[in-house]
Write a protein that binds this ligand. Structure first.
Ligand code: FAD
Ligand code: GLY
Length: 377
């Protein structure tokens, strides 16, 4: 590996690492992204791409201001990335309809609706007639429907690749098949990383290794409660468009309409595994749940199945911030179900922190690495 010193080393080339690389490179920093496989092959490739700032939050959470801000800046980020790279990221802003498939889910959905209605008058409760008018292929046998006009969607893998390509346009080096073995620091200052191809030095290292972040951070004295949650998805193609908005059932199944009459159907949740084989059981349960919402889906043609590993944390919040004892070492991981949605704002926040600025507009204390009880150094 060339013996060059970088302003910032980014560990992990998923949507989070690539978004941070883009922001830092755009601000003039020399940046290298180290990815052990290929860019956007982890959770970021598997994601359905929903920008669920309202659909994913049913009660108050410190993540909501971040989620709403990220959703708000998405259109301008997409425009900028598309201009720089020529990649079509597939931003669709036709809203999301959350539906309840049981009486119990209907009660929960109504509470979800009341929560958002108080803050956002554009959120609507739909009668079955209104739902049928919007989405005639969706079943009428439901116990409620809520329309969230602001929740859009993108093509997740294309977004990550566009972040990486745009970062390269500003001079960032994207190094694939380069695993980081350990973080290096001396007297409270980060010094770089040890990789399969040797040492890379920098005064700033940003750990964005998704569900794989725990082991790299542990020797620094912080044992983050982060664990893998596998999610399986499948896609089908229909002759005519079946839905225009994303349909998200309270039972966890969602159907996201993509370009070319593709429907992405997700997702299962299996905790504690890093293996990415897709199970027959998972596919069967997704198809059963999807056809209960959209019965004509059985007429669709089969396309693909895949899975990815979500980075879940024990309090459900990501880690965003500088290490309490090692200057220049930053964490940006644990985005669980919302890393695509949160990628633009995460890039801005971490780039600000690396530049020594404090991110003023949103309180970040809930995401600090200090909320973890450190183990011995
Ligand atoms: P990853 O994309 O996993 O990237 C981490 C990268 O680090 C990987 O490429 C890995 O190879 C690399 N790495 C790990 N260790 C090392 C090392 N030692 N050295 C070098 N590189 C290393 N979010 C949404 O917002 N909307 C959705 O609709 C949505 N749907 C989802 C559906 C599914 C089925 C799944 C699984 C996830 C979904 N998510 C969604 C969540 C989203 O995909 C994740 O939150 C996001 O991709 C996390 O990004 P990341 O960059 O942190 O992790
Ligand atoms: N946000 C959708 C998922 O993680 O499956």
């Amino acid at each position: 590996m060339e013996n060059k010193r970088y302003d910032a080393v980014i560990v992990g080339g998923g949507v989070i690492g690539c978004s941070i690389a883009f922001q830092l490179a755009k601000r003039g920093a020399s940046v290298i992204v180290l990815e052990k496989q290929e860019i956007a092959q982890g959770a970021s490739r598997a994601a359905a791409g929903m920008l669920g700032a309202q659909s994913e939050f049913t009660t108050d959470s410190p993540l909501i201001p971040l989620a709403l801000k990220s959703r708000e800046i998405f259109p301008s980020i997409v425009e900028e990335l598309e201009e720089l790279t020529g990649i079509d990221i597939g931003l669709v802003q036709r809203g999301l309809i959350k539906v309840a498939c049981s009486k119990e889910d209907g009660v929960a959905l109504e509470q979800h609706y009341q929560f958002w209605k108080q803050q956002d008058p554009s959120v609507q409760w739909l009668s079955m007639k209104e739902l049928q008018e919007r989405e005639p292929h969706v079943t009428e046998t439901l116990y409620g429907a809520m329309y969230l006009p602001g929740d859009g969607q993108v093509r997740a893998a294309d977004l990550s690749i566009a972040f990486a390509k745009a970062a390269s346009r500003f001079g960032a080096v994207i190094k694939e098949y380069t695993e980081v073995y350990s973080l290096l620091w001396e007297r409270g200052q980060v010094k770089g990383v040890e990789t399969a191809e040797g040492r890379i030095t920098s005064d700033n290292v940003i750990l964005c290794a998704g569900a794989w972040s725990k082991q790299l951070l542990k020797p620094t004295g912080i044992d983050v409660p982060i664990f893998p949650v596998k999610g399986e998805c499948l896609s089908v193609v229909t002759e005519i468009p079946f839905i225009t908005s994303t349909i998200f059932a309270n039972n966890g199944c969602y159907i996201v309409p993509k370009k070319g009459n593709r429907l992405v159907i997700g997702a299962t949740s299996q905790e504690g595994t890093f293996h990415q084989k897709v199970s027959v059981k998972g596919v069967q349960s997704l198809l059963e749940r999807a056809s209960a919402i959209l019965p004509s889906i059985v007429e669709a043609h089969w396309e693909n199945v895949w899975s990815g590993i979500r980075p879940q944390t024990s309090d459900g919040l990501p880690y965003l911030g500088e290490h309490p004892d090692i200057k220049g070492l930053f964490g940006a991981f644990g985005h669980y179900r919302n890393g695509i949605l949160l990628s633009p704002i995460t890039g801005v926040i971490i780039a600000d922190l690396v530049e020594g600025k404090t991110y003023e507009s949103i309180d970040l204390s809930s995401f600090h690495l200090l909320r973890v009880v450190p183990t011995s150094m």
